[in-house]
Design a protein. Sequence first.
Lengths: 327, 327
Amino acid sequence: MSSSTKPTMRIPSYDDVLIAHERIKPYIHETPVLTSRFLNDLTGAELFFKCENLQKAAAFKVRGACNAVFGLSDKEAKLGVATHSSGNHALSLSYAAGQRGIPVTVVMPKTAPQAKKDAVIGYGGSIVECEPSTSSREAVFAEVVAKSGADFVHPYNDPRVIAGQATCSKELLGQVENLDAVVAPIGGGGMISGTCLTLSTLAPNIKIYAAEPLNADDAARSFKAGYIIADDAPNTVADGLKVPLKDLTWHFVSNFVSDIFTATEAEIVAAMKLTWLRMKIVIEPSSAVALAVILKNPDVFKGQRIGIIFTGGNVDLDKLPWMNKLN
Amino acid sequence: MSSSTKPTMRIPSYDDVLIAHERIKPYIHETPVLTSRFLNDLTGAELFFKCENLQKAAAFKVRGACNAVFGLSDKEAKLGVATHSSGNHALSLSYAAGQRGIPVTVVMPKTAPQAKKDAVIGYGGSIVECEPSTSSREAVFAEVVAKSGADFVHPYNDPRVIAGQATCSKELLGQVENLDAVVAPIGGGGMISGTCLTLSTLAPNIKIYAAEPLNADDAARSFKAGYIIADDAPNTVADGLKVPLKDLTWHFVSNFVSDIFTATEAEIVAAMKLTWLRMKIVIEPSSAVALAVILKNPDVFKGQRIGIIFTGGNVDLDKLPWMNKLN
């Protein structure tokens, strides 16, 4: 738990977003916005799904990762980049580094699923294993950075990363007119912070809602309390949303978000399955949280034009969450 | 088995395709063309996936169904439409009739999965059940048509349906330049016939390949034999491709298709899973057959620009074919 409210890092500006977008355009997709008449009828709202599951590495996180990697000087880049993550940021940073042709090291717990390790290696990353504890991770990571001089790209609490993620809603505003609100999942707050940065500059009338698993509702509790509350080890199927807010993302969340809604595990899985069934796209559980809170709170969204960020599509196709009940 | 080669029905012309496209545009999506760098690297070809899984009702078959339904005079339309199908044509015709606000009756075996029946009803169709035999189906269907005067819209052997399906490759040609070949799955041959109709008119240099399950390879055997061979009850995971060619589709297949390749059940399921994994879209097994034959015959396609028709995305998410091995 922390009550710090002032970020120690530089807060990115919208100029950083413009620079980021020009910088990363060759390496990312302008992802499509899909709609579903069925889901519109079901919610009474007009929903516009920004499909970052169809992004490179199937995650919006390539935006921030590419901005960090391609913003390095040649001298810095030579030393490579490093991070600790077993999720989409690890994949995305590996993709970005691969595009620039520089080394990338990911510190990952020994216990991380082999599929995640294989995916990082598939994108050209190197893995250094640590014990599955915060202390081991920090010690091993410090050693990696000390040895290599690699640039640390944090998964979300980094102005370069937030400026990169902000390009997603910049695209969305060019694709859909007259939105009333945007709903995005919240974990560490990188996507929401980027959304706040863009919308507060270009379209301050559009409301910003965050969606969080009830099982990992530290952001919702932080939002109510007025200071960052960090849970130790929340357990949710939406595995991209377990991490806590940090000072930079808290700045954006506390200043620009209208509300944070939560959804249960069952609601998240149902929204995920419904999306696969009706929209014919593969989204990961974290992506489904935004739709889940809209289905749960129809009165908040009814009659409005809502942008929804589908954040990623990396799932284990052999272990789909709705299959658990059958086995 | 039949050796008839001359169709008894009118062969649709490309003018019919132009009329069809104007007629159905308000009721269908111009579906996106997606690409995958991973699959390009894997095959050594440049692949352009025309995503009819993202079409209304998640099937290209709404094109032909809408063309038939909206081509009826008001007097004809009042009597409704009817078909026998337990697959995507049933859904698509129900969708089309719903859009025009006319009755639609689908004759379906008692034994068809409840999910299929529910889907037809969800789109506003009425179901009349028959015994799971050809004789019962034909008798029940004749009775339905006699009673209602409904217009019979055959799933594929109908010039209106073929002209509608032909709008798919018409769109594709506008979306991708300089294609060397188009690969589409073949069952009854409706999609392939439409593809032949468009390409033979607009771009006769583009080769047309059909892809078929080895377990239901009646079209491949027909192609070699030079006359229609119809299997009785082939069994394949690609359940949209079990039906035989008929006179009208045979006309197009025998005149314009360069070759027909087959894939095993395992190859089809692997291509399906690979598509979900790398492209993050939901395709049904029938859709995957085209990619399966490209993966199987790299030398035929290497270095070329290939259009692939992903024909549909209707799957039972609780019974995915790669799950069978685990249970």
